[in-house]
Design a binder for this molecule. Structure first.
Ligand SMILES: [Zn+2]
Length: 249
């Protein structure tokens, strides 16, 4: 139940059409796993905390480095060398002390237990982790909200293949290949903070819609491509791969 302080804290969002106190209570009951506490994970965790998602776990084994600070907006200069997940939890708690938020200082892998979560935010920066997140989210029938960003471009998608078999999964669209992939990691290709900030915000926006809003159209089944250089956002309808090793079985 929301208390008086909560009603004040969330006053500006519960008045949005189709949101209401009921939507806020749904957010409060929702458990989110945020995988990655970097460029995407920072805005996702900050906005998810501020919005009132009631149970949040942030998973990252990495430590804060000076080269992270152009975009990983929750990490301050005086926290270089600290664990990212732990620091992000502290920053989120100072925004909203009325939620439960904990850190998991372990690298996400197949052994990570995702059963207790309702929403999975993929804020990882490497393909291997993305494939594992996709596989587990499909198996355990979770809603996966996936973001990625490089240079001045970003991607967003909502994957619900385990919930509705008509929807594609991440691997349907980005199949594993033996070919050498183009360089898409921030370390080698570069990234600016506003792009990760924007994509992370969009991930939480989709999370709020999925959980709290009545009468809305899910964005699952589409891929959103943002180009910050020319300012364009493309919405592409995705097709399921009937031979996908993850979701066609
Ligand atoms: Zn698939």
């Amino acid at each position: 139940m929301l208390n008086d302080e909560d009603l004040n804290r969330y006053a500006r969002q519960v008045i949005i059409p189709n949101f209401d106190e009921e939507g806020q209570e749904k957010l409060f009951r929702t458990a989110c796993l945020i995988i990655g506490a970097g460029g995407l994970g920072c805005p996702v965790a900050l906005y998810a905390s501020a919005a009132g998602f009631g149970h949040i776990e942030i998973c990252d084994d990495d430590t804060i480095d000076l080269t992270n600070l152009n975009r990983q907006i929750a990490h301050k200069n005086n926290k270089i060398g600290h664990n990212k997940a732990e620091n992000l939890v502290q920053e989120c708690s100072s925004i909203n002390p009325n939620i439960t938020i904990i850190s998991n200082k372990k690298k996400f892998d197949k052994s990570t237990d995702i059963k207790k979560f309702d929403l999975i935010f993929d804020c990882s920066d490497n393909l291997e982790t993305k494939y594992t997140i996709n596989l587990l989210s499909h198996l355990y029938k979770k809603t996966l909200i996936s973001g990625s960003a490089v240079q001045m471009e970003g991607q967003l998608a909502i994957w619900k293949s385990g919930i509705n078999k008509e929807y594609p999964c991440y691997e349907c669209i980005f199949p594993k290949t033996e070919e050498v992939a183009p360089i898409t990691n921030c370390r080698e290709a570069g990234i600016i903070g506003p792009i990760t900030g924007l994509i992370g915000s969009m991930q939480v926006n989709e999370g709020i819609k999925e959980i709290a809003l009545k009468n809305y159209n899910s964005s699952a089944g589409y891929l959103f491509l943002y180009d910050g250089l020319v300012q364009s956002l493309d919405k592409i309808k995705l097709t399921k791969n009937k031979k996908c090793p993850v979701c066609s079985i």
